[in-house]
Design a protein around this ligand. Structure first.
Ligand SMILES: *Cc1c(COP(=O)(O)O)cnc(C)c1O
Length: 361
């Protein structure tokens, strides 16, 4: 079946101009240095192959992925730009990094040794970033190890030294200032090396969190970097699903697997073709709602693999084939996440492969 013959059961619209506008907003908020684009996990589920050129076209010249394969896929679209891999330098991948002009973010003495050894063999200092662990205890070099590897760093063209904030979205978390102080101390041991600190939320923590390169991801894609306060970013994603079936259910009848919802009154139920196999998480079961015009339609019963049910009793104008909005300007990925007990990052990166994706320039 061709795409036109099958318009799809659900449609995901991605607004590339809103992503570009969000990048400009972050640039204005980070006057001390440029703003990168973090494109890991297929640009948070929105399509790195589309997002990368859109950001490049508006002037973004620094990019990050998590995996080398993600970086190789978009390298040809990013001429003249720095492209770096956050998850480090797996043994055996060194030559591929060099061949594709991709920078590793080094975070262990072993990675540093292998990168500088390859540079020595090739007769030049290879470019890289250095990740310092300032309290997240996940990736990055222990600052105490810095002195021990200082000689090896001489063989590397260090573009940036970076760290990652663990709680930047909680503005008054004391972890923020602690990490900033530890980072400043580590950077003092690397004089002259440019620094990279803030993620999306870090950009909004104040001027002290400015650096030579900010690394936002989520805010580019419309996730609120300042939870609890109004979202300064433009919405990017709209997910709509078509009503496949409508039925009238008498009071006392259950809906869906295990009848976790029982109609408290005679009810009208709409079924849409989106389920947990589409990344519409099972934890949405019985929580949240869809929008249809001005109506809020409660999600009722279990989310199943390919289907979800809504109580549309109070939207009598709704018919089969109408589109319900699951995510959109009126219901952000953050709202959806709140209802399901997760965050907007997980909602976006879970977006499934069966949606018809439409990118708007
Ligand atoms: C994911 C990631 C970012 C981007 O974080 P957001 O909160 O999405 O802005 C920046 N730096 C590192 C090291 C990351 O892993």
């Amino acid at each position: 079946m061709t795409k036109d013959a099958d318009p799809g059961l659900a449609r995901l619209d991605i607004d590339l101009s809103a992503i570009a506008a969000n990048w400009h907003t972050l640039v204005a908020r980070h006057p001390g240095g440029p703003v990168a684009g973090v494109l890991k996990a297929d640009a948070y589920g929105l399509g790195a192959a589309q997002v990368a050129p859109a950001l490049h076209a508006v002037g973004c010249r620094h990019f990050f992925t998590a995996h080398l394969a993600e970086a190789i896929a978009i390298r040809p679209m990013l001429s003249g730009a720095m492209l770096a891999v956050l998850n480090g330098l797996p043994p055996g991948s060194e030559a591929a990094f060099v061949a594709h002009d991709i920078l590793p973010v080094l975070g262990t003495p072993d990675e540093i040794a292998r990168w500088s050894a390859l540079g020595a063999r090739l007769g030049r200092r290879l470019p890289a970033l250095l990740h310092i662990d300032t309290g997240m205890n996940r990736l990055g070099l222990d600052p105490a190890a810095l002195a021990g590897i200082a000689g090896r760093l001489d063989g590397i063209a260090l573009r940036y030294v970076m760290t990652h904030l663990a709680a930047a979205e909680v503005a008054d978390d004391p972890m923020n200032a602690r990490q900033r102080a530890r980072f400043a101390a580590a950077c003092a041991a690397l004089p002259g090396v440019a620094r990279s600190l803030a993620n999306s939320s870090g950009i909004f923590l104040g001027a002290e969190y400015g650096s030579d390169l900010a690394r936002p991801g989520a805010a580019l894609y419309g996730i609120n970097p300042t939870p609890g306060r109004p979202n300064p970013m433009r919405p990017v994603v709209r997910l709509r699903a078509r009503v496949l079936a409508l039925r009238d259910v008498p009071a006392g009848e259950g809906v869906g697997y295990n009848s976790t919802w029982v109609a408290p009154r005679p009810s009208r139920i709409a079924t849409v073709g989106v389920g947990y196999a589409d990344g519409w998480l099972r934890s949405h079961s019985g929580r949240g709602h869809a929008n249809f015009d001005a109506a809020r339609l409660p999600l009722v019963g279990r989310v199943s693999m390919d289907l979800t049910t809504f109580d549309v009793t109070d939207a009598p104008g709704l018919g089969a084939g109408d589109w319900l909005e699951l995510i959109g300007p009126g219901r952000s990925a953050d709202d959806v996440a709140d209802a399901a007990g997760t965050n907007g990052y997980e909602v976006l990166t879970s977006l499934g492969r069966r949606y018809r994706r439409v990118w708007r320039a």
